[in-house]
Design a protein around this ligand. Structure first.
Ligand SMILES: [Zn+2]
Length: 137
């Protein structure tokens, strides 16, 4: 009786291990993209700038498409990080939130300017904080 139980247990363990290995192998095949593909994937979940008629909104969504790796390292001070669970300024452009939010847009547009000037991310973060932290509700 006892040995049958043990045998069942081992079969279960073996099945779980087999499933885990299969899952691991199949995940491994689809993940690990090269760096530039990972970046495209990131900008892919930003809404298309073409969807917006407002020139400023469109420009801001374009920034999110072009340099998501910069925006995702910047805070947003419109209140969305507290109210909508946004983790950074890039989140504002994954839905329509950024189209009606001046602060989200200004942060993105400013970030692009500084990025184009060759400014380091730490400096951009610092400037954004100095300029926009006071708008946090
Ligand atoms: Zn925001």
């Amino acid at each position: 009786m006892k040995s049958t139980k043990n045998q069942n247990l081992w079969l279960t363990v073996a099945a779980i291990v087999a499933l885990a290995v299969i899952a691991w192998v199949s995940l491994r095949g689809t993940t690990q993209p090269p760096e530039d593909v990972a970046q495209n994937a990131k900008s892919a979940d930003v809404m298309s700038p073409a969807l917006f008629t407002d020139a400023k909104a469109r420009a801001a969504y374009q920034v999110a498409k072009d340099i998501p790796e910069v925006l995702e390292q910047l805070p947003c001070f419109c209140g969305c990080m507290m109210n909508f669970g946004h983790k950074n300024n890039l989140f504002c452009f994954k839905d329509q939130h950024g189209s009606a939010c001046d602060i989200c847009q200004d942060i993105a547009l400013d970030a692009r300017k500084m990025h184009d000037q060759g400014m380091q991310i730490a400096q951009i973060q610092e400037n954004i904080r100095t300029k926009y932290a006071k708008y946090q509700p």
